[in-house]
Ligand binder design. Structure first.
Ligand code: FE2
Ligand code: FE2
Length: 266
């Protein structure tokens, strides 16, 4: 296709693909074509304000979401898998947008890393969607909320703000909660889902590490102190709270020491 010969056009095409399987394929193709040198480092098209989404799941405001209840029951497990699949589906677009929106300013390595993250998220989504199908359900069978994309939208003007919120708050939060979720699946006897979540956990450490490394680099370029700058950006752009329990060791492995978040935790 002639319109996907630049990396920006390939990313834009994936963002504008609504169908879940289609988005997974377009994302993996963009990442592979970039890796193989088939796409020019050129940013000719602007990224869409909102990525295309399938008709289902219906997107609700977070406060309108039905309560999930406590894990144990099979319905509870399906609801949990569905919520996780939606997070990964949104994460595909978050990583694509990071590469497409900020890649021209940040360079080819930045593009390589966030496209590899996008490909990981596409795989995570596909693995969770397969678990949903094993339970006789599918992505779109339940409502979901759009809170994650809001964080991308409010930080679209500045790569530093985007890095501060998406990998260093949202994905870092995943490091805190995922081991607990793995345990929940184990207790429910669902070893297959536990293994998927374990795989996701180790990939997410890498994603947070990319985020913190680029954040540190940009701070260095701008000659500003990283920890204080991060705290200021979180106060300005994140409406939730930074709350314990923290997985300090996973966060540290990802390059995010306590001096960043301990002082502002609730
Ligand atoms: Fe993920
Ligand atoms: Fe991720």
């Amino acid at each position: 296709m002639s319109d996907t010969h630049t990396v920006a056009a390939a990313i834009r095409a994936a963002l504008l693909t609504a169908d879940p399987t289609g988005k997974v394929m377009a994302t993996r193709r963009a990442a592979r074509d970039w890796r193989l040198g088939r796409l020019a480092f050129a940013f000719d098209g602007i990224m869409p304000d909102r990525p295309a989404r399938p008709e289902r799941p219906e997107l609700l405001r977070p406060r309108d979401m039905p309560r999930r209840g406590k894990g144990g029951s099979e319905r509870g497990q399906i609801a949990l898998l569905h919520a996780l699949a939606h997070i990964e589906f949104t994460a595909i677009d978050l990583a694509l947008d990071m590469a497409g929106r900020f890649g021209s300013g940040e360079g080819p390595l930045f593009v390589s890393e966030w496209l590899s993250v996008a490909a990981d998220e596409a795989l995570h989504f596909a693995l969770l969607e397969r678990r949903l199908r094993a339970f006789g359900s599918h992505y779109g069978a339940m409502p979901a909320h759009d809170g994650l994309w809001e964080s991308a939208h409010t930080t679209r003007h500045d790569v530093l703000a985007r890095l501060a919120i998406v990998p260093m708050v949202l994905e870092a939060r995943g490091l805190d909660v995922t081991p607990i979720t793995v345990e929940r699946f184990r207790i429910a006897g669902d070893e297959a889902s536990a293994r998927v979540l374990q795989r996701i956990f180790s990939d997410e450490i890498r994603h947070v590490r990319f985020g913190t490394a680029h954040f540190q680099r940009v701070c260095q370029t701008r000659a500003i102190p990283p920890a204080q700058t991060w705290q200021g950006l979180v106060a300005a752009h994140f409406t939730g709270s930074i709350k314990p329990p923290f997985n300090d060791s996973a966060r540290l492995t990802a390059g995010l020491p306590r001096e960043f978040y301990a002082g502002i935790a609730l």
